[in-house]
Ligand binder design. Structure first.
Ligand code: PLP
Length: 406
């Protein structure tokens, strides 16, 4: 059995007052808090090891290299990649998606097509628009219905020999809707030779990830949304694909030989890790994986789903409160508005005065907001350390905001 008080005791930051009230942190889809075990590994790296990796033969450099490679193997297991060298350290999901869009440039030509969805974060939209500008390719967007569900018959229509990339998220950060990526991947494989990219920023913190079973070509996520430090992230790519594609950044660490007559590139994963990496952060990401695995994915999912259902049930009892996205197949996020009380940020400000941290606005998903014809939503998002008492405080706060704003 998991003990929520024991879990919370591992997060010093939660034990504080904000605006004179105990902090209720419900902005986990923007970034999660970090447990002491992760912070200790990070501090230990800088107090005892700090040295550059893969470069020196001196003891600390070797230790730093060993620790970072050990972390890579933990992440390999965490996502069930076939090889550890298919796991590339990045700054986060945004960098991962930009990297992929950049290295695919030579593979696309005028009038080829890239399929994404209405539910994407800006970081899974803009890099593809930039790729279209470079190549003359076109973007096609799978629409959603009123419940935020992808209309997959459009995917059937769009898929053709022109389709070169299909890139979708597994879970929407704005609505929490879980997308049918198994079906999307199966349809794509059957009807095209497209590269399949999955944005796992909102799924990696909550679900068991198995990239081999999923059969995606790329899978990207951020460390900071799954209990690891900011500035960490992972790009997974299939070996044969990463070996076939060109490098992204040029510089130190990514070469085999370098001369003015020409340069040859290092093998995986170093070909995609130019320059000095975030060694301490990357090692701490391994500690975050340990933290998640110690609690267990099923425990995490059960608790977060219970919180979500509890929050949703109570929020829906509030008159004139609209929850966006379908109710059944969601994870970790409840996105809503109080109708007739103006903008979401007013609600957010009132909640903040009560010590409750939520996100308001468009959540880097303006197309979704345009679809619902709103400027933004109030989004509460959950992690393993959140409690039912915190949901009660949220609901009380929302009711108070409604009284104050109407
Ligand atoms: C947060 C997020 C991103 C961007 O991640 P960064 O850590 O800001 O790079 C991309 N996609 C989704 C679904 C997200 O939630």
């Amino acid at each position: 059995m998991f003990d929520i008080h024991e879990i919370r005791s591992q997060f010093t930051i939660l034990n504080q007052q904000v605006n004179g009230k105990p902090l209720v942190y419900l902005d986990n889809a923007a970034t999660s808090q970090k447990p002491n075990s992760v912070l200790e590994v990070w501090t230990q790296y800088y107090t005892e090891i700090n040295a550059n990796v893969h470069r020196g033969i001196h003891t600390l450099s070797q230790l730093a290299t060993e620790e970072m490679e050990l972390s890579r193997r933990k992440i390999q297991k965490f996502i069930n990649a076939k090889h550890d060298f298919e796991v590339i350290f990045t700054k986060g999901t945004t960098e991962g998606l930009n990297l992929i869009a950049y290295i695919l440039t030579q593979k696309l030509k005028k009038d080829d097509e890239i399929i994404i969805s209405y539910l994407e974060h800006h970081s899974n939209i803009v890099p593809w628009q930039m790729l279209c500008e470079r190549t003359g390719a076109k973007l096609r967007v799978i629409p959603i219905d009123e419940n935020g569900i992808l209309q997959l018959d459009y995917l059937d229509q769009y898929l053709s020999e022109k389709t070169k990339v299909v890139s979708v998220n597994q879970v929407s950060n704005a609505l929490g809707v879980v997308n049918p990526i198994e079906e999307i991947i199966a349809k794509t494989r059957k009807n095209s030779d497209a590269y399949i990219v999955i944005d796992g920023a909102q799924s990696a913190p909550h679900f068991t990830i198995d990239v081999q079973k999923m059969d995606c070509d790329f899978f990207v996520f951020s460390g900071h949304k799954m209990y690891a430090p900011m500035g960490t992230g992972i790009l997974y790519g299939k070996q044969e694909i990463l070996e076939d594609l060109p490098p992204f950044h040029g510089g130190g660490e990514m070469i085999a030989t370098c001369s003015f007559d020409g340069t040859t590139y290092a093998g995986l994963p170093f070909k995609y890790e130019a320059g000095t990496p975030n060694v301490g952060g990357n090692i701490a990401l391994g500690a975050a994986v340990d933290f998640i695995e110690k609690i267990g994915h099923s425990t995490i999912q059960n608790h977060e789903n219970a919180l979500l259902e509890y929050a949703q049930r109570q929020l829906l009892e509030i008159e004139n409160l609209k929850v966006y996205g379908e109710k059944a197949n969601r994870t970790g996020v409840v996105s809503f508005n109080l109708e007739g009380t103006g903008i979401s940020s007013d609600v957010g400000m009132i909640l903040d005065k009560m010590g409750i941290a939520v996100r308001t606005g468009h959540h880097c998903t303006q197309p979704i907001m345009d679809f619902f014809n709103i400027a933004g939503t109030v989004r509460a998002s959950f992690a393993i350390y959140n409690t039912f008492e915190e949901i009660d405080l949220l609901v009380e706060g929302v009711k108070k905001a409604q009284r104050m704003l109407s």
